[in-house]
Design a protein around this ligand. Sequence first.
Ligand code: FES
Ligand SMILES: [Fe+2]
Length: 330
Amino acid sequence: MFEGFARVWSVVGLSEELSRNNPLGVELAGTPIVLFRDNEGHARALVDRCPHRGVKLSLGKVVDGCVECPFHGWKLDGEGHVCNVPWNPDAKLSTLRGQSLPTREIAGQIWVYTDPFEAPTYEPTVDERLLAPGVRVSGLSIVWETHWTRAMENMLDWPHLPYVHRSTIGRGMRDASAKARMDITCEDRPWGFHTKIAIDGAEQPGSLDLRWPNQMNLDLSNGGRFMLMFVSCIPIDAKRTRMLLAMGRNFLTSPWLDWAFNWSNTKIASEDKLVVESSFPTEIPSASDEQSVRTDKPTLLFRKRYFAELARSSAGAAEPSERRRALPIV
Ligand code: FES
Ligand SMILES: [Fe+2]
């Protein structure tokens, strides 16, 4: 389970995607997950595999805060306990169990921890402005045919803006890009790092954050108007990444206007998609295998941490068969 992506919190969906009545199936690093809401309305997650005959629970429905398997109707609660087995009133329910996953719901996002066996060692966090009352969070997903690390590095890359996004968010930088100097500052934060740019010494508005391991926050706020674009690069498997493009804003907060923000995010992400999917190899290689310059600092910082944590996670395994490409936060 969770090959190459174990022991981290990852966003797997937005609150608005998970209704009270229907389960939602998602894929995270090769592991199918079913999300549903319990009787209190809390988001819950199980490995999307019925313990009876292995079918997808997400094809069933939500009944009394439990997910009901579509095959023989077993009901599983948010802890994975089997609460009911049709036709078998004498079944020993305490011996039957699905696999639950730690789940959190914060600021319109649903997070799952990618280790069902050990308790999380930290908690997911968000930009605190997203927690303010009245902030509207909306978004949608598109799939890129690439490893999540390539997608994530693209999200941390300032210099591509006037080239890939020449007619959208990079339009204003287009004239300066050939001759001007870009300086990027990267500051460590408990949750990752925070970057800003200056062009020919003039600090530019906006900032771009890495929220380790797989979320980018782009602050587009202007005066009292808060607007944060946050993109989660959710690994589906080794070759596909679900890009969850979300926006948090404290103006134009009517859900009727979500389409406008989603449309512009989709357009920008489709500009990146074509270029990033052409990267070879599909997964980021070590820094020495590609040529880099000063303005690659954020992506190189990401790459350094990625390889360091992969190495650390496999170093303690006694047997090669026990080695798992985990990605722990330490
Ligand atoms: S396969 Fe799920 S109840 Fe039989
Ligand atoms: Fe881009």
